[in-house]
Structures are given as structure tokens and as C-alpha cells.
Design a protein around this ligand. Structure first.
Ligand code: C5P
Length: 311
């Protein structure tokens, strides 16, 4: 099999502090991102034109044309390098769609890497990061991976050295949430209750990064926070149930992933995560099955197609 294969890990926000709405329509953020072991796989092969094909658990419901963020990533890189976007992309979708896990951003980041390799461009890392930021606020982190503090609209990254791995159960929802709608709902809630606390954003991020470096899941549990959670639950009140059930089942903490609707439950270790997933899979039998994932691994990266690791 020819071509280039790249893993495209999902992300989780261990902390998401949302500041004021900016004039460009984005919100100023201070967030702590971490990569997850849950990932899509992007394969890029030579072709006369740009083609895209979707496979995997979450292929249905996603448009396979030039508007797909991965296709836009290939076109943007080609335009920036002055080459023809000649590539056949095959994306194995294992990350739930519009779920707060940055699946589309992960595919876009992986596509930048795959096409850069396929077309032998040797694009400098900083240039790839610029292109990633052009594609979306989460795409630079999906390239970067590990654990990082994101500021600006999320695209300005500072790595958190010495970060440790943690174990999670993800509870995907049967529905989706559009990111702009969730930010809009937060603005609406804040206009009503004046809860904007932007001044303390960086201070709380520091507590989270210290907990991540310390490797103690109980300490991390106490520090997890997402300003978008109230807005996600306001739009989808049924999300309160898995969070409460997770805590009742013994999760150390529960959090809405990004703009939701996926919820993430923090476990003490891998064995505890497996137990939680089993208990909650039975309780929420009508929801998509829980996904066990570890955090803190690398971002988008080239692999040998024969040795793509299991999620
Ligand atoms: O950057 P991205 O295209 O992923 O953002 C999608 C939408 O999410 C934006 O159009 C905006 O409505 C919202 N957003 C925001 N503030 C951010 C990031 C995203 O309001 N920092």
C-alpha cells in the first residue's frame, strides 16, 4: 500500500475559561488542551485531483466534498506551496461528530502533515501552525498534541512540560451541538447573570497545569472546569444526567468536553475507567457506547499503515 498515513487524535479541554467576545466574533480564551488516545486515521495517496472518502463508525452524516475541513486543509497547503492539490484522502472516522472533541480539526491537522509528506514540501513547523490556525481555533493544538495552554482564540500554544497521562470515560451523545451556538448561549446567559470572570482565567489554568504535572488524578479532578458547560447544558438539559450518573458511579469528576455534547469522566486509573465504562454502558444503553481513552499522548503524527495502533 502506497501513500502516507497519519493518526489524528481528538482533544479534551481540561480547563476552558472563556473571556469576553472580541470584535472579530471570537472569544478570548485561556484553555488547557490535552490529546486523547481516541483518534481518526487519515490516509493520503496520490490522485489526479482532490478526492475525499470517509469510512468508520462516524462516517455517516459528514459531507465528503471540498467543504470538509480536511479537504480545505489540503487545498490551503497546496495553495500556500504553489502545487496542485492532487491527493486522495481516506478518513477513518472514529471521533464522534460535532461532539466537542475537535474531530474535524484533528483531521485537518493530520491532512496538513500527510499532504506535506506526500508532496515532499518540507514545510517549516511554524508555517504549518499558521495554516492550521487559519483553518480553525483548535487545529494548531491538534498538530501540537500533548498538553498545552491555549490563549488568544485558542491558537496560541504553550506546551506544559512533564505532563502525565490520565484515564477517562467519554460518553458520546446521540445528538450534536454547533460550537457557535454554544458560545452564543454563553453570551446570552452572561448578559442575564453577569458571570463573566475573565480576570481569573490564567490563575485557574495554572492550577490545572500544576495538577497535570503532578500526575494526581484526584487533584486534577478538583481543578477541572469548563465555562461552556452551563451553556451546553442549557441547550441540551439531558446532559446533566450522564454527569450525575458518572459521579454516582464513582468517577472522580465529570466535565462537558469543549462545547459538548460529549461528557468526559475522570477515572483513577485504566482499570477504574474500564469499570466505569461498563457500568455506564448499561445505565445509558440508549446512548452511543462509552469510549475509554487516555490523555496526554502526542498530536497528529505519521505512522506505518500496517501498524496503526488500536484506540
Ligand atoms: O475557530 P473555529 O472555526 O473552530 O470556531 C468556530 C466558532 O466557534 C467561531 O465562529 C465562534 O463562533 C466560536 N468560537 C468563539 N471563540 C473562540 C473559538 C471559537 O467564539 N475562541
Amino acid at each position: 500500500m502506497t501513500g502516507v498515513t497519519v493518526l489524528a487524535p481528538a482533544k479534551l479541554n481540561l480547563y476552558l475559561g472563556v473571556g469576553p467576545l472580541r470584535v472579530d466574533g471570537y472569544h478570548e480564551l485561556c484553555t488547557v488542551f490535552t490529546s486523547l488516545s481516541l483518534r481518526d486515521v487519515v490516509h493520503a495517496d496520490t490522485a489526479p485531483t482532490l478526492q475525499i472518502r470517509l469510512t468508520g463508525s462516524y462516517a455517516a452524516g459528514l459531507v465528503a466534498d471540498g467543504t470538509n475541513l480536511a479537504a480545505r486543509a489540503a487545498s490551503l497547503l497546496a495553495a500556500s506551496a504553489g502545487v496542485v492539490p492532487a491527493v486522495a484522502l481516506t478518513i477513518d472516522k472514529q471521533i464522534p461528530l460535532a461532539a466537542g472533541l475537535a474531530g474535524g480539526s484533528a483531521d485537518a491537522a493530520a491532512t496538513l502533515l500527510a499532504c506535506d509528506q506526500l508532496w515532499q514540501l518540507n514545510t517549516p513547523t511554524e508555517r504549518l501552525a499558521d495554516l492550521a490556525a487559519h483553518l480553525g481555533s483548535d487545529v494548531p493544538f491538534c498538530l501540537h498534541g500533548g498538553v498545552a495552554v491555549g490563549t488568544g482564540r485558542g491558537e496560541t500554544l504553550r506546551a506544559v512540560p512533564g505532563s502525565r497521562s490520565f484515564h477517562w470515560v467519554l460518553l458520546p451523545s446521540s445528538g450534536q451541538l454547533a460550537t457557535p451556538a454554544v458560545y452564543g448561549e454563553l453570551d446570552r446567559l452572561r448578559a442575564v447573570s453577569a458571570t463573566d470572570d475573565a480576570a481569573s482565567l490564567a490563575a485557574v489554568a495554572g492550577q490545572v497545569t500544576a495538577a497535570v504535572a503532578g500526575g494526581d488524578p484526584w487533584r486534577l479532578a478538583a481543578a477541572l472546569h469548563n465555562d461552556l458547560a452551563a451553556a451546553a447544558v442549557s441547550l441540551r438539559p439531558e446532559l446533566a444526567a450522564p454527569l450525575a450518573a458518572g459521579r454516582a458511579a464513582g468517577a472522580l469528576a465529570g466535565i462537558v468536553c469543549g462545547s459538548g455534547p460529549t461528557c468526559a469522566l475522570l477515572a483513577a486509573d485504566a482499570e477504574h475507567a474500564a469499570q466505569l465504562a461498563q457500568a455506564l454502558g448499561t445505565e445509558f444503553g440508549h446512548w452511543p457506547p462509552p469510549i475509554v481513552a487516555a490523555s496526554g499522548g502526542p498530536g497528529a503524527r505519521l505512522v506505518d499503515r500496517q501498524t496503526v495502533p488500536r484506540t
